[in-house]
Design a protein around this ligand. Sequence first.
Ligand SMILES: C[S@@+](CC[C@H](N)C(=O)[O-])C[C@H]1O[C@@H](n2cnc3c(N)ncnc32)[C@H](O)[C@@H]1O
Length: 242
Amino acid sequence: MADAIFEERRLADIYDAVDSNRSDLDAYLALVDEFGARSVLDIGCGTGTFACLLVKGGAEVTAVDPTVASLDVARRKPLAEQVRWVAGDATTLPPLQVELSTMTGNVAQVFLTGEEWDATLRGARAGLRASGVLLFEVRDTAREGWLEWDPEQSYRRLTIPGVGAVETWVELTNVSSPFVSFRITFVFKTDGAVMTSYSTLRFRSRAEISDSLQAAGFVVEDVREAPDRPGREFVFIARRTS
Ligand SMILES: C[S@@+](CC[C@H](N)C(=O)[O-])C[C@H]1O[C@@H](n2cnc3c(N)ncnc32)[C@H](O)[C@@H]1O
């Protein structure tokens, strides 16, 4: 079962309103441009914001996510009819030969076991044409960003059109390296419903990720900072070996 925030319909429906600042995606659009990619696979596409931005830029896009509720939100977006949406993950893709694949929004951290992560990298590789590029970000473990995931710092009250007022906050529930667990609470003020989403992320080191990429048939071409979150994220640029 995926985290409720992506799988529960009522939460998936407000995901974009809660996470409305997607300036993080600008760096990915710039990278797609830098590599001149015309065909892109977005792995863990969630509510499809990036996939729709890509088609707007003229790319041919396939987007995959295991959560039906998030994909339903994605399918309602402008230009969504031009995206090929796939319910599943990188291990269940149709035959593809894209020039570039992405995992935005720290998707790379949802894979908790080595088996899941390695299978995802192998799946991503299989969907790329020779010399295709895989782009993804992970949080820098040394930064210990989870220390900011506390109710006081994260509390927000939003007014969402068609939904009304929603209060939300994040609470760290466990840190047991390399795993960090937290829960996000949502209070819908119109009917008082309280919904909670539980998540665990895995924080892999830069060396660990580089090794796993190499083992899956990639060369790491570069590791950059996310321009919008300097010092907090690593953006991996890996190329499929032939
Ligand atoms: C933080 S969200 C990011 C969504 C999207 N990439 C974005 O930038 O908005 C993480 C996403 O990973 C997806 N996910 C969870 N398990 C997955 C898996 N095994 N394979 C691919 N995606 C997965 C979730 O459903 C969710 O949509």
